[in-house]
Design a protein around this ligand. Sequence first.
Ligand SMILES: *[C@@H]1O[C@H](CO)[C@@H](O)[C@H](O)[C@H]1NC(C)=O
Ligand SMILES: *[C@@H]1O[C@H](CO)[C@@H](O)[C@H](O)[C@H]1NC(C)=O
Ligand SMILES: *[C@@H]1O[C@H](CO)[C@@H](O)[C@H](O)[C@H]1NC(C)=O
Length: 762
Amino acid sequence: MIFPLSKTALSFVVVILALFAPAKGASFGKRVQSNAPGWDPHSTPFPPVHRGDVVFQYRSEAAKGNVSVPDPYNSFETSNAEDFINSQIAFTKTYLDKLEDLPAMRTAISEATPQTFRPPRGFGPKGDPTYLYYTNEGPDKSGKLHIAKQSDLDEAAKNHFATLPGKVFIDETLLGGEILWYYQISPDGTKLLYSTVDTKTNLIGKMYVRDVSSPLTDKSKPTQEGGFGRYTDVITDLQAGSEAWSGDSKSFFYKGTDTSVKYHVIGTDSKDDITVVQPNKDDQGDWWVQVSKDGKYLVLYGTVNGFDNSSVYVASLDQGVSTSMKWLCIAPDHASSWNYITNFGNDFYSQTSSKDAPNLQVVRFTLDFTKATKTDSSFSTFAKGADSVVVIPQRLDASIAYFVNFDTDKLLIIYEKDNALEFHVFNLKTGMKLQKIDLDVLSTSYEVHASPFATHVYLKISALNSPGQLYDLKWNKDSNQFSYQLVYQQKIHTIDPAAYTVQRLSAPSKAGDVKVPFFALHRKNLKFDGSHPVIINFYAAYGYVLPTWYDSHHMAFVHNYDAVYILAAPRGGDEMGEGWHKAGQLQNKQNTFDDVLSVIQFAIDQKWTSPGKVILNVQSPAALAGAAIVNQAPEGLIGAYIGTQGLYDMLRSDQSPKKATRAAEFGSPSDPKAFDWLREYSPLHNIDPKKTYPTILIYPLDGDADTGGEAWHSFKQVSELQYSLPNNPNPILLGNGTDTQEERSATAFALAAHTLGSKLVE
Ligand SMILES: *[C@@H]1O[C@H](CO)[C@@H](O)[C@H](O)[C@H]1NC(C)=O
Ligand SMILES: *[C@@H]1O[C@H](CO)[C@@H](O)[C@H](O)[C@H]1NC(C)=O
Ligand SMILES: *[C@@H]1O[C@H](CO)[C@@H](O)[C@H](O)[C@H]1NC(C)=O
């Protein structure tokens, strides 16, 4: 007798069958991984890509001779890849159409984006500073420059800036299609010098003057470039950001487009502006000037090839401004960095580096202006610099990140030590330390301004969980101490910063010899049951560190999916000093990859997440590292890889105008030793066709080869991945590199969530 199978029994049989049926495309002995939802490489195969027969020869030390390496997608290096891009992006779109969370991700990013708030900056005469600060309510809005006195700021601090202090001074909508770039009030407090960017061309390039008593807020007045009611003076031959008021408040210096230093007197035709320093064509040099804080001297810096190091000269403005001024030389070579702090008469204070003090120190020069001399246009007259006395010696355990001078002779130095900030106050004349300030913040991202003669310093800190905390540091002359208070906490539309926590932790490295530091952001009281997605970002090359500032994109993902965001500091950046950089460059690059894997292991051990729920969201040199990690990681560990503007073909990394910079960081493929280590990890050459790969989304971005790459790196990588892994259970996609950054993040994060099976938090 045959009994009919009940519905439950039937589905039981189906489940058993499914468990024993080998998944298509999976190799034997491997963990069977189910397809990403809606992903079927059989019915929708990858678009075909032509493989060529180019093969390159490389000299290899290990092989004691030449090694041949095919480069089947070499034609991308030179060809217009339009057809490839169009077919790939059309293919990508068929899958992106399935992302149910994309609208929610777009909304979350937009809602997590705070209004721009730049902290107050004081200008003008001693004892009575006038403050300017800038706000902008959103990406499509235009900004406002506000003006306030100390009493306005003190009043607003009482109610935590519920009403913004002072008044609107410039409404950007009235600038005739321009936005503000740089602004400063004259030493006598009466005039504003401001430069603008043309919103259509994105070119910085015009400078205007207006009276501080003449705000630009009246919408009934006609709009014009620079706004109604300005002076008729317009400077167009300008590299903005280097302008400086002269001490007389009637004239200013600026840098011309040819890098000459020019001088303009208000009310005269800019065609008659005096060239103070000629363009330095011979060595591609760049000049810029500062006017000393007492308004009496001109400090001139010259750089070569954009390095920080500069030559420095000083001239007295008493002699009048001309093309042939008499100068004194502080440093004739480009062997150190220099940063004028202030001067008392002819005692000049500067921050500087030197061979013996790479962590920066503060020194004093006593200059004798009777010895100033005329020089030729390249300043080659000067062979010798000035003698200096060390006032604040360098610290061996920390480097000076920034300083501000306030209350005439006080100096607030911000030190960076092991990827954390320290705030110390000094008396500049004596070098004596007066105070160490302990702000309870876990971040290295700040903006600070002080007026040299004022007693308030405004410091804004941005952290992973909070867009901006404004501190008012008030100097008490009697006790020689700051008292400080948090006066303003910037709000985000739907997200309460207090509901999130930032931790600074470290994971033991693979060899156990070092600890790999990282910051982690997540909702407070998150239940650690291994269920949360973890999204990891880092930089780890060129000794560069990603700032720990508030990042609305990652915050939106954390908010939407109860995710953990990890900003990691693997070796290759200089979070722990230059040694940390060296330990992650050239033949040591593997340390970068191992360090990221150590951090991932830590997150799994802590039960924040589990294998398969880890997302790498990486850009530029980190996209390279991330792709190497995807190749090397145990199968199933990484859930998704989002790589933007990456270098993937390390054997062709020298096909770039930036090849020297890259060779110094990674090694040159034409060097037989470097070839061996590059071949070992180059992402394009280490794809494992027998392995299941995570979801991969690669955004090709043209342009800035300094930090990332030529888009053909991305085209080669996507083509090779698709060719090697035709049946990969997770999508391998080329993203649209011309989408806005917001849209790229929204798409990538919705894709990652979809393929990982993460659900939106209610
Ligand atoms: C070996 O490779 C180098 C670099 O590509 C090349 O210049 C040289 O001609 C090659 N030598 C031989 C014997 O093929
Ligand atoms: C810059 O100066 C430092 C010493 O302060 C020196 O070690 C370094 O080599 C210099 N860099 C350049 C590019 O000249
Ligand atoms: C990529 O995105 C841009 C802007 O969103 C759009 O104009 C362009 O058509 C897209 N490219 C392709 C190939 O779809």
